[in-house]
Design a protein around this ligand. Structure first.
Ligand code: IVH
Length: 675
């Protein structure tokens, strides 16, 4: 397309559509990589045509500007809170008041899930997102526009005839994003967030929008207002309109003809709340008709036309009888509180996770204390806080050796957890075997959970190396193993010996060494022996191996049990050497090239293939290490960056020549490799 303005608009439309499909409807149509490619193309075009920039472009979600603090802004109408109904009786009392006040009129309710997050107003003018304000004290809130912009389910541009409107809704962090955030904080040695709501509130109020962006917040809307007042005559209709405009509206909503239907909705979700991907703490019940809402009006702090039906807290108080340690499948030592058994929402709880030693310190917990515990989701109950210190309390210390195998325990710098690094530790063994056999690793078909459990439990496999000594006779003795499947498994194990070195490296389960790093290691060192005996500094010579990964590899090979495992795998006949796939020789050997813009005849993939077959490497970003930028038509920011750094620019024709595709490169034309 020749007209950049048109192509930019087309790309923005396309990206908005995919954002909506992915973040709002949860029904993506294209792969992430394709989305990224569209986004990159738009970024390049916008960089090349700064006059066409627009704040509601999908590229503008994350601004680089940190801020000093937050400005207070007045809401268009107060953001009130709701009265609570804690029992069915209280809910029926609310219904009675509504009926009396409406004096015999017919009415109906809309029920919505009460998501546990932070309420926020989002203001739009001429279809573009302009401003976001937290609830604050209800009258004034904090302006958090730049942070809200990073929320992918909040549309930056909507199709509407309304010149000015406002949405109100809930900013939430779903369970997965919350778990991930806390796991990251564990790794960094930072305190965990107590619940998704605190995490969402903290994330929305970050001074750097990049940090908010990394938190993956969601925004669900439940009000559509103009001048602070509802636009439609029915709340239900406004929810539908919000969804049509592209906002995320919780699909679990219902029109209820009477209070019995409302109670059934509450009961239904009360029993299923743990299945939801986000936390809810109740159900919000609203009178549907806006004229009726107006007639009912407000008390000093809450509307008379709505109420929050709250679910019972899933907390209880009990005593910590002792603190023990559990060794997880990744070798992480997790302290566990053994509790005096207590009922929490219908389930007897006798243990709770303490996550790690920092968490114990944060809680100020010792064995013998009374604690508040909480059940949330399917996760193991956790200790929320110390309620009362015990009369005879004993402090807890993490063991220096693995309580299961007595192996070495390490706590890496910046990590919250101690880990047993013996791969043959029984607690880790099953996981190691499953990882070893998985498709992307040694690809041993038939080696699933059921088989691995039996092999480990019966002591037939004490190390992954034992797999290579299993016989058909041994396997048929197991449950659910016929002659035929046993033969297949043994054959698949045998075939796995042909897996190339990168897979073998990945199979060892060295922390931080996955598929990608394993390839770089194999390519740089060429053999297991070279990696085993490499010094720390040498390990860092391999691509993408930094100090942390190098340390992990180095430590792995210092553990005698791991060395023994490697020796046994070598003896079994696994591939311990690596012929690099990338030709060392070739006219482009040692060069790193970056592609940008549209080339006259080659597609991106074809150009990449050409470069790689000539021994060169293709990288996605221009840096000081880039040898050449291959630029086509409408090259954008990469071209500017390359010019800035003095990186040589090639046309497709020049690339072909250098790669020897048409004729070999002339001597002296090729500069010395960089870096
Ligand atoms: S309506 C005046 N609807 O619950 C009406 N609130 O206790 C106020 N919330 O501050 C809110 N889901 O943070 C409403 N579907 C929903 C909600 C909801 C969650 C939160 C919101 C509000 C609090 C009210």
């Amino acid at each position: 397309m020749k007209d950049p303005a048109r192509e930019i608009e087309r790309l923005r439309e396309e990206l908005r559509r995919h954002e909506h499909l992915y973040y709002v409807l949860d029904q993506p149509e294209i792969a992430d990589a394709d989305y990224d490619a569209l986004m990159r193309r738009l970024q390049e075009l916008e960089a090349a045509h700064p006059d066409l920039a627009s704040p509601d472009s999908p590229t503008q979600r994350v601004s680089g500007k940190p801020r000093e603090g937050f400005v207070k802004v007045l809401h268009s109408s107060p953001m009130l809170s709701l009265d609570n109904a804690l029992t069915d009786t209280e809910l029926r009392e609310f219904d009675r008041r509504v009926r009396d006040l409406l004096g015999g009129e017919e009415y109906r309710y809309v029920t919505e899930l009460k998501m546990d997050g932070l309420s926020m107003a989002a203001l739009y003018r001429d279809g573009s997102f302009r401003q976001a304000i937290t609830r604050g004290d209800g009258t004034t809130g904090e302006e958090v526009t730049e942070n809200a912009r990073t929320i992918r389910s909040l549309p930056l541009r909507v199709k509407t005839k309304l010149p000015v409107f406002e949405t109100r809704g809930e900013t939430v962090l779903n369970r997965r994003a919350f778990e991930r955030l806390n796991a990251e904080r564990d790794e960094k040695g930072l305190a965990r967030f107590a619940n998704p709501r605190n995490a969402a509130a903290g994330s929305l109020r970050m001074l750097e929008p990049q940090v908010t962006a990394s938190r993956r917040l969601d925004y669900y809307t439940y009000f559509l207002l103009a001048d602070g007042q509802p636009i439609y005559d029915s709340h239900w209709a406004s929810l539908d309109e919000l969804a049509r405009m592209g906002f995320k509206v919780n699909p679990e909503r219902k029109v209820c003809a009477n209070i019995d239907e409302v109670l059934a909705f509450c009961e239904h979700w009360g029993a299923r709340r743990e299945e939801l991907p986000y936390e809810i703490d109740g159900v919000v019940v609203k009178v549907d008709s806006i004229p009726q809402q107006r007639a009912l009006g407000f008390t000093a702090k809450a509307p008379r036309w709505a109420i929050a039906y709250k679910y019972a807290a899933r907390q209880a108080v009990t005593t910590v009888e002792s603190i023990g340690v559990n060794v997880g499948r990744t070798g992480a030592l997790t302290p566990v509180a053994f509790l005096k058994p207590v009922q929490v929402s219908g389930v007897t709880v006798s243990r709770a996770t303490l996550h790690n030693e920092d968490e114990i310190e944060r809680l100020g917990l010792q064995s013998g204390d009374d604690v508040v515990i909480e059940r949330s989701g399917d996760v193991i109950p956790k200790v929320v806080r110390v309620e009362k210190q015990g009369a005879h309390r004993t402090p807890f210390h993490m063991p220096a050796a693995c309580p299961i195998c007595g192996g070495h325990v390490v706590r890496e710098e910046g990590e919250a957890a101690r880990r047993c690094i013996n791969v043959n530790c029984p607690a880790r063994l099953k996981e190691s075997v499953l990882h070893f056999a998985s498709r992307h690793v040694m690809n041993i078909d038939g080696m699933g959970d059921a088989l691995v459990d039996q092999l480990v439990d019966r002591g037939m496999v004490k190390s992954v190396a034992d797999l290579y000594h299993l016989t058909v006779e041994q396997l048929v003795s197991l449950e659910r193993m016929g002659e035929k499947s046993a033969t297949n498994v043994v054959r698949n194990i045998e075939n796995s010996k042909r897996s190339p070195l990168p897979r073998v490296l990945n199979a060892l389960g060295i922390r931080f060494v996955g598929e990608r790093t394993a390839v770089f290691l194999a390519e740089y060192f060429g053999s297991m022996e070279a990696i085993e005996s490499a010094a720390l500094e040498q390990l860092q010579q391999a691509e993408e191996v930094g100090p942390r990964i190098a340390e992990s590899i180095f430590q792995f090979f210092r553990e005698p049990r791991n060395r023994e495992l490697v020796d046994r795998l070598r003896a079994a006949g696994l591939q311990f050497t690596h012929a690099t796939t990338r030709p060392k020789a070739g006219p482009l050997a040692g060069y790193t090239l970056v592609l940008t813009g549209t080339l006259p005849t080659l597609s991106r993939d074809e150009a990449k293939q050409l470069i790689e077959s000539a021994g060169g490497k293709v990288s996605s970003a221009v840096s000081k290490k880039t040898s050449y930028l291959v630029a086509g038509e409408e090259a954008g920011s990469k071209l500017l960056k390359a010019q800035e750094l003095g990186v040589k620019i090639l046309s497709e024709e020049q690339l072909r020549k250098m790669a020897g595709a048409t004729e070999p490169p002339g001597i002296g034309e090729v500069p010395a490799p960089k870096g």
